[in-house]
Every structure is written in structure tokens, then in C-alpha cells.
Design a protein around this ligand. Structure first.
Ligand SMILES: O=C(O)[C@@H](CO)OP(=O)(O)O
Ligand SMILES: [Mg+2]
Length: 437
């Protein structure tokens, strides 16, 4: 089967926030096809690939016509005839054609949908599911990741009702992906019941977590612990808490403005507050504890807590291999979030994960807050052997599509392929386990 790219076609589709986004279909000479859709973030790092948006007053200026034109015109012309099996070559051609540091010429949305669609087409040509094609292309092994699932949404995903963005759980003590989902579904339902009892049940945030009607950020943590207990679990045993602080979103001139609590903290005070949370709650992972430009704070936080919790750089590292290498020199963070649209291409995302492993960092494949039915990231997390996957919550089908896809892949790979708590063995959770606690 010939795998040269024959044609590219872009179409406007819609994401889970009702915003337009880019879908690309690629056809190869031999007839194989691939299709992918660009997601969109709300809490975005300033150093991530930018989407091309237009429309003026129409569609709140969020239209994607220019990005579609780029795919159908310049990108198609540059990629036609290239071998889809050579993902690195295709992505290099995209990067060269764009020629800007943040993908602003072609648009990160145009580039990521194209790059992923080519990957899908190559898998189709090989007659393999995407996860298998990815594993064969990059590093041979595949595994089912530990899911990181949101229970309460917040920050930019919930009208800034609370400052912290994601209150999540992980079930490192689960024996299978299926079991991890089941335990989390019980916790999610228990959290909903608690909110109802308090008269605070008013729907869900952008990623499906319950809407955060709390008087303080810490009340959300207390409620999360209560939900874990109400689901019949002992917090810290099978189930641990994971937070995405998304601190860049409320950083102002080097300080942190907790609007809900009407107080402003210095970087040191922010570190002290998060430290007290780590001491009081079974938290095994924290993402973006400090702002993307608070290098000293991130170094100090990692020095203080990096041997106890997973510290993920999202806005701080924007799926960029060079930033991961620099953070490793600094000893800032010990894990990186992998968002393909932050990098702009599949190859750069894979390079970032490789850089993470070189540095001894973990990698967590992640969705964006604006998503669609596209399940590419489920396959990437499995085929890249990433170990962890963050997708949002229950009750929203753009999220469940991805979790359910992992269940299907688990059926193909078998329960033994589930990584379980392995990604967290270096945190207090895993250390407690090996010490028999
Ligand atoms: O911050 C994040 O990790 C993501 C997903 O939760 O949010 P967004 O896509 O809005 O950047
Ligand atoms: Mg984040």
C-alpha cells in the first residue's frame, strides 16, 4: 500500500464549549485515511502554540476560517507526496512552513489536526489501531495509563468560582483501568450527593467535574475527602488526590490573588499554603503550583515537596522539550503534562516525553478543557507508554469517549498492561506502600 499523502481536507467542526475548531482528513495514495480534530484550552500558557482565530465580532472572534484555508492551501501543497509513515518528516515540513516560534503563521489548531490526522492515516495504512502503530513507531511497548479524573472543576473552567482549577482523584491501588474508573465513578456520585445535601448542586464545569460552590478553596478539598470516604474508601489508601492549581491564572505581578478568599499571597506564602494542604490531605500530585514565570517559586516548591508529591509542569513547560531540559537543570517539577496542541505536532510532543524520561521526569498525556469526540490522546497515552492520562470527568461525552476508548484498548492488551500505581511509587503513596504502611 502506498503511503504518500494524496490530499488534505479541512472542515469546521464544534467543540464541547460550542466553539468552532479544525478537523482535518488526510487521504494517502493507497486509499488509507486518517482524521483528527484540534482541541482548545482555556487556561493557556503564554509559551504554547497559538490557535489561529478570526471572525471579528462573529463567533466572538473564535472562528477558524484562516486555519482551514491554510490546511486546504499551503499545508496541502507542502505535504502532498510526503510519506505519512515518516511522521518526523511530515512534522518537520509543517514546522518549516510555519516558521514562527509559536505556530502563529499556520495556526497551532491547523498544525495539530494535520499532524494527528497523518498519524491516523499511517496507522490505517499499516492496518493497526492507533495505539499499536504509535508503540511500533516510537518505542515498542504499550501500557494502559493510570487515569486522573476530575471531581470538582474550578478556575477558568468554572467562571473562576474557586481559584484552584482541578480537584481530581487517582486510584493507584486499582488492579485494572476498569476498576479505577469504577472507584472514581462512586466518588464522583458521592461528591454530587454531598453537594445536593448542602443545597449546592448546580451542574458541572467545563470538564464535567461538579460546579464548585464552596466558601474557600480548602472546603473543596474537605468535600473531596468526604466524598472519597462516602464512597467507602480510606483516603490515601487506594485513592489519592491530585490538584491542578493552574496558578498562572491568578498570578498578578508576582503575587497570587485568591479571589474567593479575598487575599493575596506572596510566592513563599503560596508555597506554605500548598505545603499545609499536602500535610493535611492525601495529595500525591500537584500541577502548576506556581505561575509559569515564577521560576524561583517552582524551584523552591520542588525542593521542599518533590520527594513526596508528583509536581507537574503544564503552563510552566508547555510540552516543550527544551523547557523540560531547562527545568531538569533547575530541579523544578518532576513531571510534565503532554498536550499535543500545546506543542503543535505529534513529533514535538514525543520529543518532550523523551526529554522527560531522560531527566527522570514522568509524563502525563492530557486533554484540553475544550474537547471533542476525538480519542487520539487515549491511543497516544497507551502507545507512548506514558503511564498517566488526564481527561476531565464523567457526565460529559467528549471526556467519556476517551475513558471508554481506554477500556476497549484494555480489552485488546489485557489487564496486565495497566500500570496501576507505578507512576506514583516515588511519591509518599508508593513509599508508604513499600514500607508496608
Ligand atoms: O490546565 C489544564 O491542565 C487543562 C486541562 O484541565 O486546561 P486547559 O485546556 O483549559 O488549559
Ligand atoms: Mg493544567
Amino acid at each position: 500500500m502506498t503511503t504518500e499523502i494524496k490530499s488534505l481536507q479541512a472542515r469546521r467542526v464544534w467543540d464541547s464549549r460550542g466553539n468552532p475548531t479544525v478537523e482535518v482528513t488526510v487521504e494517502l495514495e493507497g486509499g488509507a485515511r486518517g482524521r483528527a480534530i484540534a482541541p482548545a484550552g482555556a487556561s493557556r500558557g503564554t509559551r504554547e502554540a497559538v490557535d489561529l482565530r478570526d471572525g471579528g465580532s462573529r463567533l466572538r472572534g473564535l472562528d477558524v476560517q484562516e486555519a482551514l484555508t491554510n490546511v486546504n492551501g499551503k499545508i496541502a501543497a507542502a505535504l502532498n507526496g510526503l510519506n505519512a509513515e515518516d511522521q518526523a518528516g511530515v512534522d518537520a515540513a509543517l514546522i518549516a512552513l510555519d516558521g514562527t516560534p509559536l505556530k502563529s503563521a499556520l495556526g497551532g489548531n491547523a498544525m495539530v489536526a494535520t499532524s494527528l490526522a497523518v498519524l491516523h492515516a499511517a496507522a490505517d495504512a499499516a492496518g493497526a489501531p492507533l495505539w499499536k502503530h504509535v508503540a511500533q513507531t516510537y518505542q515498542g511497548t504499550a501500557s494502559i495509563p493510570l487515569p486522573e479524573i476530575q471531581i470538582f472543576g474550578g478556575g477558568a473552567h468554572a467562571g473562576r468560582r474557586v481559584d484552584v482549577q482541578d480537584f481530581m482523584v487517582m486510584v493507584p491501588g486499582a488492579g485494572s483501568f476498569d476498576e479505577a474508573l469504577e472507584v472514581t465513578a462512586e466518588i464522583y456520585a458521592a461528591a454530587g450527593a454531598i453537594m445536593s445535601q448542602k443545597g449546592r448542586s448546580v451542574g458541572v464545569a467545563d470538564e464535567g467535574g461538579w460546579w464548585p460552590v464552596f466558601d474557600s478553596n480548602e472546603e473543596a478539598l474537605e468535600t473531596l475527602v468526604a466524598a472519597i470516604e462516602a464512597a467507602g474508601e480510606k483516603p490515601g489508601e487506594r485513592v489519592v488526590i491530585s490538584l491542578d492549581i493552574a496558578a498562572s491564572e491568578f498570578a498578578e505581578d508576582g503575587r497570587y490573588r485568591l479571589a474567593l478568599e479575598d487575599r493575596t499571597l506572596s510566592s513563599d506564602e503560596m508555597i506554605a499554603m500548598l505545603g499545609s494542604w499536602i500535610n493535611s490531605y492525601p495529595i500525591a500530585s500537584i500541577e502548576d503550583p506556581l505561575a509559569e514565570d515564577d521560576r524561583a517559586g517552582m524551584c523552591a516548591f520542588t525542593k521542599a515537596y518533590g520527594d513526596r508529591v508528583q509536581i507537574i509542569g503544564d503552563d510552566y513547560l508547555v510540552t516543550n522539550a527544551k523547557l523540560v531540559a531547562a527545568a531538569a537543570e533547575d530541579r523544578a517539577c518532576n513531571a510534565v503534562l503532554i498536550k499535543v496542541n500545546q506543542a503543535g505536532t505529534v513529533s514535538e510532543s514525543v520529543e518532550t516525553l523523551a526529554a522527560a524520561w531522560t531527566a527522570g521526569y514522568r509524563g502525563i498525556v492530557s486533554a484540553r478543557s475544550g474537547e471533542t469526540e476525538d480519542v487520539s490522546i487515549s491511543h497516544l497515552s497507551v502507545g507512548l507508554n506514558a503511564g498517566q492520562l488526564k481527561v476531565g470527568s464523567f457526565t460529559r461525552s467528549e471526556r467519556m469517549a476517551k475513558w471508554n476508548e481506554c477500556l476497549r484498548i484494555q480489552d485488546e492488551l489485557g489487564e496486565n498492561a495497566f500500570v496501576g500505581g507505578a507512576p506514583l511509587v516515588d511519591t509518599w503513596w508508593g513509599k508508604g506502600r513499600t514500607a508496608g504502611a
